[in-house]
Design a protein around this ligand. Structure first.
Ligand code: ATP
Length: 376
């Protein structure tokens, strides 16, 4: 998979950008607040249809404009394909070769992207919501059907929560039918997350061992508390019935509170170092190394599973890592041969990931200019 060209119009502070990225590294350099992250965000949005950081789609549209548009031409399994996404009036439209995409599968068609941002580096010490989102981005990359499946779950959850809020008037048989749908959709999410973690955890552990500067082993785990000891081996039907049991066991409490308190939407990922919670005990540098281990594992795992490397988007990560770990990451990027977009305020921090065919860009007040390789 390779991105051949990118066009961005009225996306955040970028009025118009057109570029042909390097097959290896494309490096955007600029001061704070100029639009570097916006450029990565445009690309991330194109490849996932999800905003990287915005809460609402309307935030993506350049102030004063009606609509934003991002278009990318990809080389996928030997064939060229153009995808575009337009946002306007709070909705988005996905296009394939200029026509409305028939389905999400049709739109994505194998496009895969891994983003790495300074927020990710904080994920160990943050709350479970951020860790869950972090996990789910990796699950979606590995199993693209997960996007549709997690939407089905979200819909079932919303319906059940609506019923719970009706409280005493709710019909038990009616609620039961909702529980059945929710448990089936939830079991699918459990199984997807479990499958991803089974592949990823050993790789992340091994990468951490090279960069952790500690003899303590890292363990990355996903084990929903209410699912019991046989979670690792239970089939999807067993997972669904375990979730149903948990739903009924908490029904009283959920009716009181008006929301569903158990299921994949409240799960967490556990990360331990030397058997202790990394969140509570690991140093900031170790926590960041744990995330770096995960991200590199995610990329390696996608390559092993899909036979090609995803597009990598790194938003000013280098300034948040210590020199040794940054050197490890830059060395990894250079060796991997991946197509990568990097942003930085300091070109020196990322130079080790550059090659003679790198494309250097400068970003200033929403204008993106190509620099000759010798300049930065
Ligand atoms: N919808 C929008 N329309 C116009 N400008 C916007 C919009 N959303 C954000 N901006 C502007 O984009 C700029 C931020 O750009 P961006 O986050 O890409 O900066 P950056 O170059 O990555 O900086 P840093 O190095 O600080 O992360 C801000 O000036 C912000 O006001």
């Amino acid at each position: 998979m390779r991105l051949l060209s990118l066009q961005v119009q009225d996306f955040r502070n970028l009025p118009a950008v057109q570029l042909a990225p390097s097959p290896h590294s494309t490096i955007a350099v600029g001061q704070n607040g100029q639009g570097k992250t916006n450029l990565l965000e445009a690309l991330y949005f194109l490849a996932t249809l999800k905003p990287l950081r915005a809460g609402r789609l309307s935030e993506l549209v350049r102030w004063g404009s009606q609509a934003a548009r991002v278009t990318g031409r990809f080389l996928l399994k030997g064939a060229e394909r153009e995808i575009s996404v337009e946002v306007g009036g709070g909705t988005r439209q996905a296009l394939v070769d200029g026509k409305k995409a028939a389905s999400l599968e049709d739109y994505f068609g194998g496009v895969s992207v891994v983003a790495f941002t300074p927020d990710d580096l904080e994920v160990i010490k943050g709350g479970p919501d951020a860790r869950r989102a972090f996990l789910d981005r990796a699950v979606f990359n590995r199993f693209p059907a997960f996007l549709k499946e997690s939407r089905e779950y979200a819909r079932a959850l919303k319906n059940r929560n609506r019923l719970l809020r009706e409280g005493a008037t709710v019909d038990a048989a009616y609620l039961d039918a909702y529980d059945e749908t929710l448990a089936r959709a939830g079991a699918r999410l459990y199984a997807r997350r479990r499958a991803l973690m089974a592949e990823l955890a050993p790789r992340a552990q091994a990468t951490f061992a090279s960069i952790g500067r500690t003899a303590d082993p890292a363990v990355y785990g996903y084990h929903p508390a209410h699912l019991g000891a046989d979670f690792a081996h239970a089939d999807e039907a067993a997972l669904a019935s375990a979730l149903r049991e948990a739903l009924s066991a908490r029904l009283r409490r959920d009716l009181d509170r008006g929301f569903t308190s158990v299921g994949p939407h409240v799960d967490d990922v556990s990360v331990t170092l030397g058997g202790r919670s990394a969140r509570a005990y690991a140093s900031q540098g170790q926590q960041r190394a744990l995330v770096l281990g995960w991200k590199i594992a995610e990329i390696e795992n996608l390559e092993a599973a899909m036979g090609f490397l995803p597009l990598l988007l790194l938003d000013d990560v280098s300034s948040e890592l210590d020199p040794e770990r940054n050197a490890y990451l830059m060395g990894y990027l250079a060796r991997s041969g991946a197509q990568v977009f990097l942003t930085t305020t300091d070109a020196g921090l990322v130079r080790a990931a550059a090659a003679s065919d790198s494309l250097w860009l400068t970003v200033h007040a929403g204008q993106v200019a190509t620099e000759s390789p010798s300049q930065p």
